[in-house]
Ligand binder design. Structure first.
Ligand SMILES: Cc1cc2nc3c(=O)[nH]c(=O)nc-3n(C[C@H](O)[C@H](O)[C@H](O)COP(=O)(O)O)c2cc1C
Length: 199
């Protein structure tokens, strides 16, 4: 898809058809995450791909209550045939920035990072996954994990150092409903967001 069309098409979907996705499509979307830049080329982000019914049921059972899933704004979310969970790894960045080619940066503790690069990198990867899904003619939703992360980590034997930054539901949209927040709030104008040369 042409980039300007891709940008225009970028929006969140919360209602999906249960139709399964071809394995090649899932792999292509997942592997887009590997094209993300990473600070110091740490490559600290990990992606858990769920595209089997049993895994998806385990995921929703761990992260969401039936009441949360049944809310009208997201009824149809758990139909999504694929969920990808990007994980950040703070320890990997602390380790990387203590290496001999990085000590010049003077970063020794997590507080020394002007921004948490482990989160920045995982978010970059998550965005590429979303763009790849849209480029495949699908819809997606990035969402925060409603019940927290402990149950998810235990359900999928997630290594202790990895923390999910959220999850991405992917599938064929069954509704064109606008995001509830976007429906309530208007899009800012460019001059409110972008400052040229000074604020
Ligand atoms: C970090 C982040 C967390 C989000 N969490 C949720 C969420 O938990 N549930 C949800 O329905 N949407 C969630 N969204 C989607 C936003 O509500 C949505 O992007 C915003 O309303 C703008 O709508 P649009 O993306 O369709 O343009 C999240 C988006 C981001 C970037």
């Amino acid at each position: 898809m042409e980039f300007s069309r891709l940008l225009k098409a970028r929006r969140m979907h919360r209602h999906f058809l249960p139709d399964p996705l071809p394995a090649e499509t899932v792999a292509r979307i997942a592997e887009a995450a590997m094209r993300a830049p990473s600070a110091g080329f740490t490559q600290g982000t990990r992606l858990l791909v769920l595209n089997e019914q049993a895994s998806l049921e385990r995921f929703w059972g761990a992260v969401a209550s039936p009441k949360w899933l049944a809310a009208p704004s997201r009824a149809g979310l758990s139909n999504a045939p694929c969920v990808m969970v990007p994980f950040q790894n703070r320890e990997a960045y602390l380790h990387r920035y203590s290496a001999s080619d990085k000590v010049y940066a003077g970063i020794e503790t997590a507080e020394d990072f002007a921004a948490p690069f482990w989160t920045v990198d995982a978010a970059f990867a998550a965005m590429l996954v979303q763009l790849a899904a849209i480029d495949s003619g699908l819809g997606c939703l990035f969402f925060g994990l409603p019940l927290g992360v402990a149950a998810l980590k235990s359900a999928f034997n997630v290594p202790a150092a990895l923390e999910p930054i959220g999850a991405i539901a992917i599938g064929t949209p069954s509704s064109g409903a606008t995001s509830p927040s976007a429906a309530r709030r208007s899009q800012l104008r460019a001059e409110s967001v972008i400052s040229y040369n000074r604020f």
